[in-house]
Design a protein around this ligand. Sequence first.
Ligand code: 5AD
Length: 367
Amino acid sequence: MPRLTHEEILLWLRETEPTALEQLFARADAVRHAFVGDAVHLRGLIEISSYCVRQCHYCGLRMARSIPRYRMAREEILACARTAVRLGFGTVVLQAGEDYGIEAAWLADVLRAIKEETPLAITLSLGERMPHELRLWREAGADRYLLRFETSDPALYAAIHPRRGAAVSDRIALLGELRSMGYEIGGGVMVGIPGQTYEMLAHDIELFEQLDLDMIGIGPFLAHPDTPLGVPGVPTAGAEQVPSSEWMTLKAVALARLACPEANLPSTTALATINSVDGREHGLQSGANVFMPILTPAPYRQMYQIYPGRTCNEEDAIRCNACLRGRIGRLGRTVGEGPGGRSARRGEADPLPCDAGHAADAAAVKR
Ligand code: 5AD
C-alpha cells in the first residue's frame, strides 16, 4: 500500500488555500522531525566541470551553447574537500555536466585521495555514465549518486532530452543499477517544466516512493533565456500546466517527505533562487533536512549557470557557512554531524511516532 494515493497527491497539488497548505507543510515537517530528526545536513557542492555532451532543453550548460567552460584540476578539487572538512561538512557532492573529459580512472584516483585524507562521504552527480565507470567510482569510495529523472512522463522526458546518437536514456533503470552497485541513490524532478501536468507531477511523487529513493532533489524550473525552453511562446499544458512557483515546489517537497519519510531531502538551490529571502527556510520547514552550500571556487561559479541568477551573492565559503548556520539555528534546528547518509541512520533509535499512520509505516519500511 502506498503511503499516499494518486488522488490524495493530486488533491494536494491542486490545493491553493493557504491555511490548508500550511497544514500540509506542518504535517511534512512533523514527519521529517519524527523520521530524520532536527539535524540539517550540509553537503558541500563542488561543480567540477561545466563541459557537457548533452542538449537538455532547459539547461544553461547544454553543449550547443558556446560559453566559456572549465574543468577543475585534482588539486583544486582536493582543496575544496579540505574546505568542506574545515567548515564541518560531512559530505561533498562532486557535480558536473556529462563530461567524458572526466576520465573514469582519473576521477577514481581523486576519490581515493579524498577518502584517504578526509572522513567525508562522497556523492557523485555526473550524469548518465557507463556502468563500468560507475562501478569503478563506487569501488574507489563514492557513497551516493544523484541522477534526477526530471519527469516520469516518457513523452515529456523525450521531448526535452534529445538522444545522444543511438544511446537510450533510461535514468530510472540506471538508478536501479546504481543501487545494485551499493550506492545510495538520489532522484528528483523540476517543478513547472513547460508541458508538465498535475497528473505527471503526482506520478513523479508516487515514483519516488516506488523507487524507495534515499535522496530526492526537487526544485522549480527556472527559464534560461538561451535554451529552447526559455524562449517566449514555449507550448505549455494549458489549464493543466503545473506552475513553476515556490508554493508548488514546496507542495512537492512536502508530499515527497510524506511519501518517503526516511529520505534525505535538500532544500534546493533553485528554491533559494526563486525566493532568495527565505526560500531555503521554507524548504526546511516543509519536509527538507539537507542543504547544499556551493564550494566551487568563485571564478568557476560564473561559468556554471544552469539557470540565471543561480550563484548566491556570498561567494566566501566561511561567510556563507556562518550565514547558513545562523539561518538553521534561527529555525530551531541543528547542523548535522558526520556523513548523514540514509544507511548510516539505520540502527539508530526508533523514530518518534508523529502520528499513528506514519509510525506504523516506519515499522513497515524495509529495503
Ligand atoms: N531550472 C531549474 N533546474 C534546472 N536544472 C537544470 N536546468 C534547470 C533549470 N533551467 C536542474 C536539473 C538537473 C539539476 C542538476 O539542475 O534538475 O538535474
